[in-house]
Ligand binder design. Structure first.
Ligand code: F6P
Length: 379
């Protein structure tokens, strides 16, 4: 029987955990599973650690680690119990001790039979295997793709609770996702390093950062790192405007320019026609070199932004999310995802959280502040 499938509200629910409330905890949870899905982010291990610790210390439950997202439930023998000893020392570690994948989807699972690629719905097996392993509920830590799968599994009868994750910080249900702050530190540090060499060599330096759908990392790291041009998916730009800006800076003695580009920018027609599918940073760099006739160098920071030890902010947020997810399970609030609203931990229905991107507001205060200090968006 699925518990917690009462009428769902759209409003976020304040996170409560009073002793009064704990008295109403459903007694039929003995064991939970936990998995990490999608691209990794610094802080995943901190969530796992917090969830395992509070499940054991606060509720006396058994916790099973599911390897490689929901793929782990296709082969139940790969799952294993997580004890306090297993999560000891993982707080400062990047990545995820459980492994992850951003390819697996049990509703559309890829197999190759006799050399032919086929897709099958094996979600029933996944749910059956979770029950075989004794899991009364599952905590799914992941981004939009993983939470979409979590919602479908919930609708099919799995007791599931979500924890949002992405370094891109583009989930509208939560003010901030863990991993973003660490990625921001990494990206800002990279811009700082580019700064000194750009200035020494009088070059235009292009640095491409992550952000497939939203420009949060590029915008915030660009501001923090003192970039001169910031290009993000939310603001259309032209090559000529960037080149004009490079000349303008030279006019007042600045012989170097730092251009920060989000990987998901929409290329203007003049660059689109040159595109051969490589990195947008290289393409924009080539475009500036050809048009402005300046020496340009390009750095693509890539997956360095996803690695490394989580910042204190991310460790704390991840810990709060892990504890809150366990409390949601204890309160039978299945089909919910923890989130941060007004700096407080709350929860939302996963169904209301998925497919809703949080993008940069081109008229918003952050962009206006950047413009006020002379940063160009290439527009
Ligand atoms: O986590 C989101 C993200 O960092 C995007 O910005 C990026 O495009 C993507 O992951 C890359 O993921 P992968 O190389 O693992 O497929």
């Amino acid at each position: 029987m699925r518990v917690g499938s009462e009428k769902q509200t759209i409003q976020p629910i304040p996170y409560q955990n009073s002793s009064y409330e704990l008295a109403f905890i459903m007694p039929d949870i003995h064991c939970i599973g936990i998995c990490t899905g999608g691209g990794d982010a610094p802080g995943l291990n901190a969530v796992i650690r917090a969830a395992v610790k509070s499940a054991i210390l606060k509720y006396n439950w058994k916790v099973i680690g599911i390897p490689d997202g929901f793929d782990g439930l296709i082969w139940p023998e790969k799952s294993h119990e997580l004890t306090l000893k297993d999560v000891s020392g993982i707080l400062p570690r990047g990545g995820t001790i459980l492994g992850t994948t951003n390819r697996g989807n049990p509703f559309h699972y890829r197999t190759v039979e006799n050399g032919v690629e086929t897709f099958r719905d094996i979600s029933g097996d996944v749910i059956a295997n979770s029950r075989k392993l004794g899991m009364d509920a599952v905590i799914s830590i992941g981004g939009d793709g993983s939470q979409t799968i979590a919602q479908e599994l919930f609708q099919k009868g799995m007791n599931i609770v979500g924890v949002p994750k992405t370094i891109d910080n583009d989930l509208s249900a939560t003010e901030i996702t863990f991993g973003f702050d660490t990625a921001l530190h990494t990206a800002t540090d990279a811009i700082d390093k580019i700064h000194t060499t750009a200035e020494s060599h009088h070059r235009v330096m292009v640095i491409e950062l992550m952000g497939r759908e939203a420009g949060w990392i590029a915008l915030e790291a660009g501001i923090a790192g003192g970039a001169h041009v910031i290009l993000i998916p939310e603001i259309p730009f032209s090559l000529q405007k960037i080149c004009d800006y490079v000349h303008e800076r030279e006019g007042y003695g600045k012989r170097f320019t730092i251009v920060v580009v989000a990987e998901g920018v929409n290329l203007p027609p003049e660059l689109k026609q040159l595109s051969r599918g490589g990195s947008v940073g290289n393409l924009i760099g080539d475009g500036i070199a050809l048009t402005a006739r300046r020496e340009v160098r390009v750095s693509v920071l890539g997956h360095i932004q996803r690695g490394g030890s989580p910042s204190p902010f991310d460790r704390i947020l991840a810990t709060r999310f892990g504890v809150a997810a366990v409390d949601l399970v204890a309160r039978s609030k299945f089909g919910k995802m923890v989130c941060l609203r007004n700096a407080r931990i709350e929860s939302v229905n996963i169904a209301d959280a998925i497919h809703k991107l949080k993008t940069v507001d081109p008229q918003g205060e952050l962009v206006q502040s950047a413009r006020a200090i002379g940063i160009s968006f290439g527009d």
